[in-house]
Design a protein around this ligand. Structure first.
Ligand code: ARG
Length: 668
């Protein structure tokens, strides 16, 4: 009897010790009841209990008796049971054990390692006595192996408070403690045969193998697939794969049923990587590896050729390396010599770089069409003029050639045939809608090449490019420097462009008495800012055989005398035709350097102050891009009474001076 007590005490102690060790001092079973149970609870009670399950366990609560005051939504007395903030039950009234067991108790379970809280509240108004509640709680182990979210790739073992995974032979458990991986990382030396883990037979799933193969220095690994090749693939894509890597190259991935070709790796060390996924019953491969004397490939450096040409070279052999067209060595030598080394590499190796033509030096007013174009061999660039008043004279598109020059399609180089931006001539942005003598007011932009000199004598001139103007010799004779104005139709306009002369070149043949060779060139000190109101006029194309004005009407313009005033404040123009025969009888000798023009009725004429100004064809308003306005005559001399019915005005024949004009502009 004594011994029994001792042994049962021992047993209780042992069980308690076991429970304590498993539950780490937390009570794992127990009772909870309302204060005063079963004799009735008092008023205004509020009490909370919280019980938690140890890790790997769940806590379950079983209500055995419930007798609380009944109220709508249990607003008077209530027992609330919740897990964290999730209310599991809100109870009041009377329930039998059967009712509790069937409808309430099954839901009173915590999650693994979770807690349940019970809150009991009563109010003051109890008229009748109620016993309260009584509940029993226990903890139970969770069998994680049966829960869906636990995945051991091979085997799962449940134990009280947790679980563990294990693997089939030939596999090891990954660091994540769940995945089983095939044991297949190996280093090998010399010759042999490599097969995936599991062979013979289907290879293991979930394998990540890394075979490191090596041979002696001066040798390379030669690889040969033999027998069956069967690595899982789906729709031509590798599910499982085999890859072979050297320091410089990767062969594969290989998969499917076709045996890959033999590989001469040109490497002393090779890594063979094999990967399989979680399923499949494929047979794998058999890879023979053995050493072979090291060789070098025919590739020394990209963008080069070697001589002599061979597929492979023995260690110690030398080749001459030359860059392909468009590529150069950094030190700009033509070739270099390289030797095949023990490691299968060439040495020395220099790189062939593409020729760089650089950014061409662009003349004034020229831009590249692209902001930052590439300038290497075979890249292209194109140029354009930055202003609409200029047009490109020369090639627009260039390609960087092997010599480092930008060349056009016609083989002209940018450096030797640099395109130029030349002013557009003889166009107006305003189409014409006549006082010069008997003329009409011009509008702004209608005669944009017209220039005016006021001091010391009033005269006209015509802009012929963005640096030069042409006028009559008698207008500028004895003058060292003058100021011309343009871009306006009102002689007193504030908005105008003033041009200071840099050079005045009077034709050497100019003779005063009869105004022979009455022509002069004026160079401005800076580039004239062209605009819609300031555009040069074109020169005649070449000397005409017939009448100077080609039988056409032309327009003469200027700020000279009108039928009402000595000086016109506004630019005037008038239409005239050429008179090849009789013009004006005077004792001055008429030469072939002049022609006369005017109006049949004598109503329209140039006059004093118009000298030096333009006579253009076609008639104002009839010019176009294809028929630009051309300077045919320069107002020169005439009868002292302007607008004479019988006497016309004389104009310098510009076409006689084309060579002189070009020569002067080139030299000055
Ligand atoms: N020599 C005059 C001048 O200096 C031009 C005279 C033109 N006379 C004529 N009737 N067309 O402005």
């Amino acid at each position: 009897m004594q011994a029994d007590i001792v042994s049962s005490t021992m047993l209780i102690f042992c069980v308690c010790a076991l429970l304590v060790s498993v539950c780490q001092s937390l009570p794992i079973v127990g009772w909870i009841q309302s204060p005063g149970y079963p004799h009735g609870y008092g008023s205004d009670i509020s009490e909370t209990w919280k019980r938690c399950a140890p890790p790997g366990h769940v806590l379950s609560l079983r209500l055995l008796h419930l007798d609380l005051e009944e109220s709508y939504e249990c607003e008077n007395d209530v027992l609330k049971i919740s897990e964290d903030h999730n209310l599991l039950a809100n109870l009041c009234g009377r329930m039998t054990l059967e009712e509790l067991q069937s409808s309430v108790n099954p839901s009173l379970r915590s999650s693994s390692g979770g807690c349940l809280s019970l809150t009991f509240q009563s109010d003051y108004s109890n008229t009748e006595r109620h016993a309260g509640f009584k509940a029993f709680y226990t903890t139970q182990d969770v069998d994680e192996c049966w829960e869906n979210d636990v995945v051991c790739s091979h085997f799962c073992h449940n134990y009280i408070g947790g679980y563990s995974c294990s693997c089939k032979p030939g596999y090891y458990l990954d660091e994540d403690q769940h995945e089983c991986r095939a044991n297949c990382t190996e280093e090998r030396y010399g010759a042999g045969v490599l097969k995936p883990p599991g062979s013979p037979g289907p290879y293991f799933e979930n394998a990540d193998c890394l075979f490191s193969l090596s041979v002696d220095e001066g040798n390379q690994l030669e690889l040969k697939f033999t027998g069956v090749f069967d690595v899982e693939s789906r729709d031509g894509r590798c599910v499982d794969f085999l890859k072979i890597k050297t320091d410089t190259e990767t062969f594969g991935p290989f998969c499917g049923k076709n045996r890959p070709a033999d590989i001469l790796t040109a490497a002393q060390h090779v890594k063979v990587i094999f990967h399989s996924d979680l399923e499949g019953t494929n047979q794998g491969f058999s890879l023979e590896y053995k050493p072979k004397g090291m060789e070098c490939s025919g590739k020394v450096t990209p963008d080069s050729t070697v001589s002599p040409v061979r597929d492979r070279y023995q260690v110690g052999e030398t080749v001459t390396v030359r860059c392909v067209t468009g590529y150069v060595l950094i030190d700009s030598t033509e070739t270099f010599t390289s030797t095949c080394q023990l490691n299968g590499r060439w040495s020395p190796i220099y790189s062939c770089e593409p020729v760089n033509c650089g950014h061409p030096e662009l003349p004034d007013l020229m831009d590249l069409t692209e902001d930052n174009p590439q300038t290497l061999y075979e890249h292209t660039i194109s140029v354009k003029c930055s202003s609409e008043y200029y047009k490109l004279d020369g090639n627009a598109n260039f390609t960087c050639d092997a010599t480092g020059e930008w060349v056009a399609e016609n083989r002209q180089t940018f450096s030797q045939h640099t395109p130029q931006c030349v002013p557009v001539c003889g166009i107006t942005t305003e189409s014409a809608r006549k006082r010069i003598f008997g003329g009409e007011n011009a509008t702004l932009g209608q005669i944009p090449w017209q220039l005016l000199v006021k001091e010391p004598h009033r005269g006209g001139a015509s802009l012929i490019n963005d640096r030069w103007a042409i006028t009559a010799a008698h207008v500028v004779e004895n003058q060292r420097s003058l100021i011309f104005a343009g871009g306006m139709v009102n002689a007193r306009a504030k908005e105008k462009v003033e041009m200071q002369t840099e050079k005045i070149i009077i034709h050497p043949g100019y003779k005063k008495p009869n105004f022979d060779n009455d022509i002069a060139l004026v160079k401005m000190s800076s580039r004239v800012p062209l605009s819609e109101n300031l555009i040069p006029v074109c020169l005649p194309e070449k000397k005409t055989n017939g009448p100077t004005m080609e039988g056409k009407m032309g327009t003469v313009s200027g700020f000279g005398a009108t039928d009402k005033r000595i000086k016109s404040p506004f630019l005037q123009y008038g239409h005239v035709k050429e008179y090849p025969g009789f013009c004006f009888q005077s004792n001055l000798k008429v030469t072939d350097n002049m022609f006369c023009a005017g109006d049949a009725d004598g109503g329209v004429d140039s006059c004093k102050g118009d000298s030096g100004g333009p006579l253009v064809i076609p008639l104002l308003g009839f010019g176009s891009l294809n028929t630009p306005y051309r300077l045919k005559g320069i107002v020169s001399w005439g009868p002292p009474v302007c607008g004479n019915r019988d006497y016309k005005g004389y104009y310098t024949k510009v076409e006689n001076y084309l060579d002189w004009i070009r020569e002067m502009m080139e030299k000055n």
